[in-house]
Design a protein around this ligand. Structure first.
Ligand code: ADP
Ligand code: ASP
Ligand code: MG
Length: 440
C-alpha cells in the first residue's frame, strides 16, 4: 500500500483534481490510500466565516459557490456535500446567536473543508472508473488528545486506523488535518496538518511509501515564490527536512515526518503539475552536497519577548518561570537565550494573540517585559554545516553585508541549522543574500 497526499493547492480546480485523479489511477496497482486537504483557500475562508459569525454575520455563500462550481465542473453530484454545507450554515448560525467561538467550535468549523474535499475527490475518482469512498479520519480511528487547533495522535490511533482501512475494496479518500478526541469532538492537527495525517495513516497501514503531492518541484533550496533561482533538492535527510519544516518551509508540516521516520517509511515530495520530475526524496541519513548547506527558510510573524526580573536573580529560576508561563498559555517557543539577569524568548508564529497577551500579563508580574512584534526567523539548514566554521563566517558576513543586525542567533546542537532573528521587513534581503551564497 502507498499513501498519496494532495495539498489544497493541488485540489483547487477541476483541472487540478483531474490531474490528481490520473495520478491515483496510475498507482492503482499499489493499493493507494488518498489523503486530501481542503480545496485551495477553503480553510482560510472557513476561519473568516467563523469570525464573521462571531460578530453576528452568517455568510458562507462564497464557500458553497466554490464547491458547487467544482462539482459542476466535474459533472458530479454529491448529495452529502449539500448536506455538509447546510450543517455548516446551522453551525455558523449557532455561533452568531451565542456570540461564542471556542477552540473546539473553531475546529468543527474548519473540519468542513476536508470533509467536503474528500467527498468531491472520491466522486471524481469513482467517475474515472476507480471505486472510491470518502473516509472521515475521525471515523476511522484517528484519535487525538483534546488540544484543539494543534492536536496530536494517541498511540492507539495507529492500530485503529490500520484495522479500519484493512481489506477495503474501494480506494479510501481520507480527510487530512482532522481527528477526534476521546469525547468524539473533532480536532485539527494544526495548520498544514494534512501532511501529518498522511504520515500517520502511512505508519498505521505500514505503507511502502508516502507521496506528498504539492505545487512545487519538491523541497527546494529556498521558497521559489521569494527567489526564482530556487533549485530542487533531490535528497534530504529526515533531520534536515524536520528542521526545514520547523523553520518555515511551508512545503512540509513540522511534525509530518515523525510517524514515518519511526517506521522507516520513505517520503517523497512531488509536483502535481510535473509528475515526471523526481521531486525530493526524504532519506534516513544525510547525503552531503558540495554546497555550503541545503536550503534557506524563513518564518514570519514571530515575536521577541525580553524578560528581566529584579526578584528572580538566577538565570535558571527566571528561565524556568518564563517557560512555565509560556507552557501554561500554550505559547510555543522557537529560540531562547539567557543572561544572568534576563531571558529572551522568540514565540512561534501564528500564536493566538489572546494567549500571548495573557502570557505577557503574567510575565509582567515576574519582572520587566519588553515585546517586539513583526519579527522573523531566517534559517540556513544542511548537514554540510556540521563542523564548518568557515561556512558560519560566510553566513554572518552575508547578513551583515546587507546591513542587517540580527537580534538573536542560534545553532542547534546537531549543528545542521543556523538561525537569525531579523525584522519582517528584512526577510527578502536576508533570504536572497543567504540563498545567493548557498548557490555559489
Ligand atoms: P499544499 O497546498 O500542497 O499543502 P503548501 O502551500 O502547504 O502546499 O506548500 C507548498 C508551498 O511551500 C510552495 O508553493 C512554496 O511557496 C512554499 N515553500 C516554502 N519554502 C519552500 C521550500 N524550501 N521548498 C519548496 N517550497 C517551499
Ligand atoms: N486545510 C488545512 C490548512 O489549510 C490543512 C492542510 O492544508 O494541510 O491548514
Ligand atoms: Mg501544506
Amino acid at each position: 500500500m502507498i499513501v498519496m497526499k494532495f495539498g489544497g493547492s493541488s485540489v483547487g480546480s477541476r483541472e487540478k483534481i483531474s490531474r490528481c485523479v490520473e495520478l491515483v489511477v496510475q498507482e492503482r496497482g499499489r493499493a493507494p490510500v488518498v489523503v486530501v486537504s481542503a480545496c485551495g483557500g477553503t480553510t482560510d475562508r472557513l476561519l473568516a466565516a467563523a469570525t464573521a459569525a462571531l460578530r453576528g454575520k452568517v455568510d458562507y455563500g462564497e464557500i458553497a459557490d466554490f464547491h458547487a462550481g467544482l462539482l459542476a465542473d466535474l459533472g458530479a453530484s454529491v448529495p452529502e456535500v449539500d448536506f455538509l454545507l447546510r450543517e455548516l450554515g446551522a453551525l455558523l448560525t449557532g455561533v452568531s446567536l451565542t456570540r461564542e467561538l471556542t477552540d473546539r467550535t473553531r475546529d468543527l468549523v474548519m473540519s468542513f473543508g476536508e470533509r467536503i474535499s474528500a467527498r468531491i475527490f472520491a466522486a471524481a475518482l469513482t467517475a474515472a472508473g476507480v471505486e472510491a469512498e470518502a473516509c472521515d479520519a475521525f471515523a476511522i480511528g484517528l484519535l487525538t488528545d483534546s488540544v484543539h487547533g494543534g492536536a496530536s495522535p494517541l498511540d492507539e490511533a495507529y492500530d485503529r486506523i490500520g484495522a479500519a482501512l484493512a481489506g477495503r475494496g474501494r480506494v479510501p479518500v481520507v480527510t487530512g488535518f482532522l481527528g477526534a478526541d476521546a469525547d468524539g469532538s473533532i480536532t485539527t492537527l494544526g495548520r498544514s496538518g494534512s501532511d501529518y495525517s498522511a504520515s500517520i495513516v502511512a505508519a498505521a497501514i505500514g505503507a511502502k511509501e508516502v507521496q506528498i503531492w504539492t505545487d512545487v518541484n519538491g523541497v527546494m533550496t529556498c521558497d521559489p515564490s521569494l527567489d526564482a533561482r530556487a533549485e530542487n533538492l533531490p535528497l534530504l535527510s529526515f533531520d534536515e527536512a524536520s528542521e526545514l519544516a520547523y523553520y518555515g518551509a511551508e512545503v512540509l508540516h513540522p511534525a509530518t515526518l515523525v510517524p514515518a521516520i519511526r517506521r522507516g517509511i520513505p517520503v517523497r515530495v512531488l509536483n502535481t503539475m510535473r509528475p515526471g520530475d523526481p521531486g525530493t526524496e526524504i532519506v534516513a541519513e544525510p547525503v552531503l552536497t558540495r554546497r555550503m548547506a541545503k536550503s534557506v527558510v524563513y518564518k514570519e510573524g514571530v515575536n521577541l519577548v525580553h524578560l528581566g526580573s529584579p526578584r528572580l536573580t538566577s538565570a535558571v529560576k527566571l528561565l524556568s518561570a518564563a517557560l512555565d508561563v509560556m507552557c501554561r498559555h500554550r505559547v510555543g517557543i522557537h529560540m531562547a537565550t539567557t543572561s544572568e539577569a534576563t531571558v529572551s524568548l522568540v514565540t512561534s508564529s501564528g500564536c493566538d494573540a489572546a494567549r500571548l497577551n495573557a502570557a505577557i500579563d503574567e510575565l509582567s508580574r515576574l519582572g520587566r517585559v519588553e515585546l517586539q512584534t513583526k519579527k522573523a526567523i531566517v534559517c540556513v539548514v544542511g548537514a554540510e554545516l556540521v563542523g564548518n566554521a568557515a561556512a558560519l563566517g560566510r553566513i554572518f558576513g552575508a547578513i551583515s553585508a546587507e546591513g542587517i543586525k540580527a537580534a538573536m542567533v542560534s545553532q542547534s546542537a546537531s549543528e545542521i541549522n543556523v538561525g537569525f532573528l531579523v525584522d519582517e521587513a528584512e526577510i527578502e534581503a536576508a533570504v536572497t543574500a543567504l540563498h545567493g551564497l548557498l548557490l555559489e
